[in-house]
Design a protein around this ligand. Structure first.
Ligand code: 5GP
Ligand code: ZN
Length: 112
């Protein structure tokens, strides 16, 4: 989608600290990290929200990349959290589906 920040990052039109990419998805560091390790994992395909996720293979691929990223960041054993904010009540700000991967500190529960 032409006017989407994360599509532009995926296309290389806006710089980002990309730590992983493949044909289906990429992961880059959040510009305002909420934890010592904070990645955003996005599909290359533009999907605005979790409500638009209609592709089981894509969903499975994204989920299987998570532990790979966690190991890469060194947080797999210590623990981490994945979050997908969907629409207004969850505070979604960027309307291109993304999985937050947070770790490197003790995370409180429940979230706010
Ligand atoms: P949301 O609130 O939509 O779940 O999360 C959007 C996330 O994108 C936020 O954590 C925010 O810090 C991050 N973000 C917003 N703009 C940029 C950007 O230009 N580059 C990067 N790397 N992250 C961004
Ligand atoms: Zn997009």
């Amino acid at each position: 989608m032409s006017d989407c920040l994360f599509c532009k990052i995926a296309a290389g039109e806006i710089p980002a600290d990309i730590v992983y990419q493949d044909d289906v998805c990429l992961a880059f560091r959040d510009i305002h990290p909420a934890a010592p390790q904070h990645l955003l994992l996005i599909p290359r395909r533009h999907l605005a929200t979790m409500n638009d996720l209609d592709d089981a293979a894509l969903a499975g691929h994204l989920l299987t990349v998570v532990p790979r990223l966690a190991r890469q960041l060194g947080i797999a054993d210590g623990g981490y959290r994945t979050v997908v904010n969907c629409n207004a009540d969850a505070g979604q700000e960027v309307f291109h589906l993304h999985v937050h991967l947070l770790g490197g500190r003790r995370l409180s529960w429940p979230p706010g």
